[in-house]
Design a protein around this ligand. Structure first.
Ligand code: DP6
Length: 339
């Protein structure tokens, strides 16, 4: 199924109710914020590349104040313009092309064009999930401007069509994205878990701000095509998801954070076994990991996770915050549950 047909399917009830006016902006502006999310149990591999349908379910936690604020307004020229952190981007950039293609899913011929003003307070494409919050805030801002009043489930289905991990970026807290089994993807959406953990922290350890060497999309596909270890990945995820649920229920920090670290390392090990190999580690990444392991041997409850980039996200609780910051002075510390 094509993305366009998936959109028609999601909009079917709305189209019956409102007809083609659904495809016209009802307000001059649209505005939405979406937090970024970091997976504790990673999404790695698609069962459908067109619809971003994952091979496995995944589980994330949001960074509540880090993310993307998207302002939309009508643009009277003949094309969409994307402004990122105050700078107009070239229409030829990959990011702009992706956004335009996404808007085309909702555009009947050339009826409207938008000025898309995105404010991101996280580095773009350095494995800090900027596309996740980018597409989640874009679909939420469209929902505002077109007054669709879609359910969160529908927004999650639509965000997924922009970027898989965007399906999880519509809530704060813990979020599970169900892999689903249907070929149209209507059962592949995310949902928040009713669970808070006020003492939980994540620290972003930036090794570099450079764009990643290979996109997640391409890396996932290469992993499926060439890694003999990939066959084990769904098994690892199934087991980890059970452990995550237990850890959340029992508020067992070392079980939660240790499983997240092991999950991320398994994902990267699987990637290393691709051909050509995929290695998101930089020497500084490895040095930071070894530092974490040493601190842990010394008794500090500190763990990490790593996405498709060289940066690490450290996971710890409030009581160890000062010690962690002492060990990593440049750490950008985020409290995961703000009261
Ligand atoms: C390693 O969601 O960026 O961050 O669906 O192709 O846009 P596309 O991929 P994307 O992949 C995220 C991969 C990850 C793990 C995760 O967030 O679950």
């Amino acid at each position: 199924m094509k993305k366009f047909d998936a959109v028609q399917l999601i909009f079917q009830p709305l189209l019956q109710q409102k007809g083609d006016s659904v495809w016209q902006p009802q307000r001059e502006k649209g505005l939405a914020f979406a937090p970024t999310n970091i997976a504790l149990c990673k999404y790695w591999g698609k069962r459908d590349e067109e619809l971003n349908l994952p091979m496995t379910s995944s589980l994330s936690v949001a960074l509540p104040e880090k993310g993307s604020m998207t302002h939309l307004s009508l643009h009277n020229k003949n094309e969409d313009v994307v402004v990122l952190n105050g700078e107009a981007l070239s229409p030829d950039s990959q990011f702009v092309k992706r956004i335009k293609a996404y808007l085309d899913l909702f555009r009947q011929e050339n009826t409207w064009h938008l000025l898309i003003d995105i404010q991101l307070n996280i580095p773009v494409a350095a494995g800090v999930a900027s596309s996740a919050c980018g597409f989640a805030s874009l679909i939420s801002a469209l929902n505002d401007m077109f007054v669709w009043q879609l359910s969160m489930r529908d927004l999650s289905l639509l965000a997924r069509l922009g970027s898989g991990s965007a399906a999880r970026s519509l809530w704060t807290g813990f979020v599970e994205w169900h892999a689903g089994v249907q070929s149209d993807g209507m059962d592949s959406y995310a949902e928040p878990l009713k669970m808070e953990w006020s003492d939980l922290y994540m620290g972003i350890l930036l090794v570099t701000r450079e764009e990643k060497s290979i996109s997640s999309r391409e890396a996932m596909q290469r992993t499926i095509d060439s890694s003999v270890l990939y066959a084990n990945w769904p098994r690892k995820v199934a087991r980890d998801m059970v452990i995550f649920r237990q850890a959340l229920q029992a508020k067992n920090f070392s079980l939660l954070a240790g499983t997240a670290e092991s999950n991320a390392l398994t994902m990267h090990a699987t990637m290393l076994s691709c051909w050509p190999p995929i290695c998101y580690f930089m020497p500084e990444t490895i040095a930071a990991m070894q530092r974490v392991w040493q601190l842990r041997r010394d008794g500090l409850e500190l763990y990490f996770t790593q996405d498709a980039g060289p940066n690490l996200k450290l996971i710890f609780t409030g009581k160890n915050k000062d010690k962690v910051v002492e060990a990593f002075p440049d750490l950008d510390v985020v409290k995961l549950f703000v009261e």
